[in-house]
Design a protein around this ligand. Sequence first.
Ligand code: NAP
Length: 277
Amino acid sequence: MHDDRPFLAAVLGNPISHSKSPRMHNYWLNKNQINGYYIPIKVELGDFEKTIKSLINLGYSGVNVTIPYKLAALEIADESSKTAQKIGAANTLIFTKEEKIYADNTDAYGFIKNIKSKFPDWDPKKGASVVLGAGGASRAVIAALLSEGSNKIVVLNRTIEKAQELKIEFNNKISVESWNHLNEIVAASSNIINTTSLGMNDETSVPINPLSIPKEALISDLVYTPLETKLLKLGKDRGSKIVDGLGMLIYQGVPGFEAWYGQTPLVTEELRKILIK
Ligand code: NAP
């Protein structure tokens, strides 16, 4: 049992000032009247392991980990979830009573929960999925789609070699096509998922011909600044189902909060509004 000391958790990264996680977890701590804190910690390169050991010594319950430490977080763990192993990176560390480190990756969970919260009947087994991008977020989305039984996943990436590496990592369960075939692959897909950084701050957009987007498709964009990316706007104008990236960010935080603070937090419209500010 925990004594009357506050529960402590943190998010580690570099940079870290942009992270929405402290606002989110502190909102949940307040709502659930939990005596606890969640703080951002900027970790200098080379200091990750030292910082984790210090936090364990200080009695922290665990941490979130963001760029550039997601690989290091998996490597430092004594134990890890199957999902984290499949993705090859961890974003959530739980420190056990025995001072061991358990690593998980909750991005895949967040991705699925976010879509199902809006479209409960969504089933990625029905129809093909195209995943744009082959970075860390793409890995989480592919793992999530495979865990939902999806058997037709096509990955397109500007640098095709990175997509081909993913194909090997995921045991040939995905196929890879050239970025130049974007429109024809999109036209044949039921789920269109942008995991590239295209669309961030409205400076760029996925180079898609709107007419290639099937009206009945679901479009999910992991970018959440702006909330409605140009891609989502195109999808909305076509009459497709659209899902923004903010919900994924919120839902990926739920399992960590439960593990560190012992209560299940609610995902509310009020929280979304607070995070958009
Ligand atoms: P990453 O590992 O750096 O991967 C970036 C991806 O974007 C790569 O596939 C890269 O292609 C592609 N890309 C970048 N600039 C491009 C351009 N001009 N044209 C075409 N492709 C381009 O980053 P990540 O961690 O996967 O994150 C990707 C995005 O997802 C970010 O915007 C991040 O904020 C967002 N994200 C959101 C959530 C959420 O909870 N909503 C979670 C994770 C990530 P190359 O391989 O060719 O460079």
